[in-house]
Design a protein around this ligand. Sequence first.
Ligand code: FAD
Length: 419
Amino acid sequence: TADPNRPDVLVIGGGIGGLSAALALTRTGLRVRLYERAAEFGEVGAGLQIAPNCTRILDDYGLLDEATSLGVRPEHMVMKDAVDAGELTRLDLTDLQRRYGFPYMVIHRSDLHGIFLRACGRAGVDLVTSAHCVAYENIGGGARVRLADGRTDEAEVVIAADGLHSVARTLLVHDEPVNSAYVAYRAAIPFDQVRGNGVHEKDVVVYVGPRCHFVQYPLRGGRMVNQVAVFESPKALAGAEDWGTPDELDRAFDGMCAQIQKGLPLMWRDRWWRMFDRDPVMNWVSGRIVLLGDAAHPPLQYMAQGAVMAIEDGWVLAEHIGAQRARRSERASGVDWEAALAAYEAVRPEHCRRVVTTARAWGELWHHDGIKRLRRNTLLRSRDTHDYTFTDWIYGPTALTPEQEPELYPTIPLDPVNG
Ligand code: FAD
């Protein structure tokens, strides 16, 4: 007889990608078990920007109100020059919401992670911690995983949401994370510590400067502020092992504007995040083993779409599973997995390839110095605030098929300085 507890799907990794995928699949009626390596579920206590292409999905899951109550809906996204603090361009996020139908939101990571964790609990996902997956294998009609303690488990499909250093990815490609030589420092602190420092209370502000940038936005109903300080590490460029250390932080922002100087002493100095991405790959499916989230497409964070893409992946996969589902039998889920996985793989890798490569280009533009910086500033200042040419492809509804994926942008504008 069939094991009534046997899951249809195993999800490996309990980050935002794995939890949101587990929830999405459970909503289609599948039995899902999730394995997380850590002893407890959790996320870093810093901020996360969530664009309309993701709040649309949170709404579909019935989680948008809870997210809104815990987060902040900023009024503008403002880009400034880090050297002279002059404004370069802005997005009016109220108008953006009108255009895309859903809000732009910022939220504490652990709040969003907690929302998904609780929703998975309510939906009946079997959540297992202290489960370190070390091997994956396709078997007849499904896939099997092996844990570090020797346990094995199997299901019709295994979704690997195991992040940047994914073990499952090695089944598909033998690549290494690409080191950008940039490092991020973070801080989420009471707003009172920065009030009066010229900090915008209701906006996301990004200061872009030579080989560095600095981000500030409110969190938790405006009671906190999130700061991110990112810079290119000279030690990384010199090939040193020990790079991105706090002494480099102190030097990286020399000569930047007063607002940044006031924010820098408040950064957490006991941990930092070295910025790696990977070159895009277009094959994410090996038999019944599927990549999702950073395991498939870790980006540099300059588009603020890493977690968003992971959440979109799970939503798209679940939509195709729902469409390819016949009746459950005693032993099987009734999903035509080959069709569902092929539909997922037909659309998501290309979208994520665009985001990963655009994030690299966007980062380069942010970090220009000298004449390139001045040209960039001219270009950005000439942009109409309500021109959505560069955001439609990303903030519009998540495509389910390649045909629905919009053009990246219709035309690349000419350099206004050199014609
Ligand atoms: P992860 O969050 O890495 O989760 C992987 C999970 O799998 C972890 O819980 C890990 O413990 C577990 N795991 C790993 N290996 C195993 C194993 N072998 N067995 C079992 N479990 C395992 N994105 C946005 O959308 N908006 C932003 O504003 C934004 N800002 C960012 C700012 C910074 C400074 C950085 C560094 C990133 C930012 N991102 C942002 C990107 C975003 O954080 C990631 O893309 C996202 O968290 C990826 O989620 P994930 O679940 O795929 O992977």
